[in-house]
Design a binder for this molecule. Sequence first.
Ligand SMILES: Nc1ncnc2c1ncn2[C@@H]1O[C@H](COP(=O)(O)OP(=O)(O)OP(=O)(O)O)[C@@H](O)[C@H]1O
Ligand SMILES: [Mg+2]
Length: 252
Amino acid sequence: MSKILEINNISKTFTNDDATNSKEVLTNVTFSVEENEMVVVFGPGQCGKTTLLNIIAGLEKPTTGDVKINCKEVTAPGPDRAVVFQNIMLFPWLTAYQNVEYSMKIRNFDKAERAKEAMKYLDLVGLNGFEQSYPVKLSGGMKQRVGIARAYCTKPDVMLMDEPFGALDAQTRYLMQDELLRISNTEKRTVVFITNNIEEALYVADRIIVMTDCPSTVMEEVIIDMPHPRERTDQKFLQLRKEISAMVNRRR
Ligand SMILES: Nc1ncnc2c1ncn2[C@@H]1O[C@H](COP(=O)(O)OP(=O)(O)OP(=O)(O)O)[C@@H](O)[C@H]1O
Ligand SMILES: [Mg+2]
C-alpha cells in the first residue's frame, strides 16, 4: 500500500480580526493515510475535528505544518478531494440526479459521462427510483446517500467525511454505517471519516486516530484488525471500546 495523504505537524490558532484574542485549536497533528484505507479521526466534541478536515480540504489554512496529497502540497480545494458534511447541503431546487450531476458539471465532466456516472452512483447508494425526487421529499438518510453519491462520482483520491451520520436517528445511523461499508467494498476509496462516537469509529475503521481535547493532537493510533461485518457486542469490540474510552478519559 502507498501513502496517499500526509498530515505533517499541523497546528492551527484562530485569531480575531484585531488580534486581541486567539485560540489554539490544533497542535502538531501528524498522521498519514494509505490508499484505500478507511481512517477514522475520533475525538471529543469541539476538539478541532472539523478544523482539521477543513485544512485537509483546503478550505482553511494551517498556522504551521502542511498537508500533502500524492506528495503535492494542498493549498486550496481541488478535485482530488470530496467532502461529505454532517448537515448535507443539497440544492433544494435540483433533483437527486441533478445534485449528483452538478458536482461533475463543475469539474468539467462531459454531458454523456455525467449522465452515466450519476445514474451509476445513485444506484450504488441505493437511490434507484428516487433520481427525480427533490431534497424536500427525501429522508435524512436518503439525503446523506445523495451526498455520498455526489462525493463518489467525481472520483476523488480522498473522501473527507465530517460526522456524516451525526444528525441521523440511531437506527438509520446503523444502516448508513453498513451502507458505507458496502459501498466502500464495491468501490474502494481512501476515506478520512470524522466522528465523536467510539462505537461508530470501531464499526467502520481500518485504523482510528484518537485525538486529545483542545488544543488537539494525536493521542494514539489504533489499528482495528477485525473482519467485517463487525458485531457491536463482540468481546473484542467491547474491549477496544473500553480501552479507547479509558484512553480519552485519562487525558481530558
Ligand atoms: N473560524 C473560526 N474562528 C474562530 N474559532 C473557530 C473557528 N472555527 C472553529 N473555531 C473554534 O475552534 C474550536 C474547534 O472547532 P471545530 O469545529 O473544529 O471542532 P469539532 O471537533 O469539529 O467540534 P464538534 O464536535 O462540535 O463538531 C471551537 O472552539 C471553535 O469555536
Ligand atoms: Mg465538527
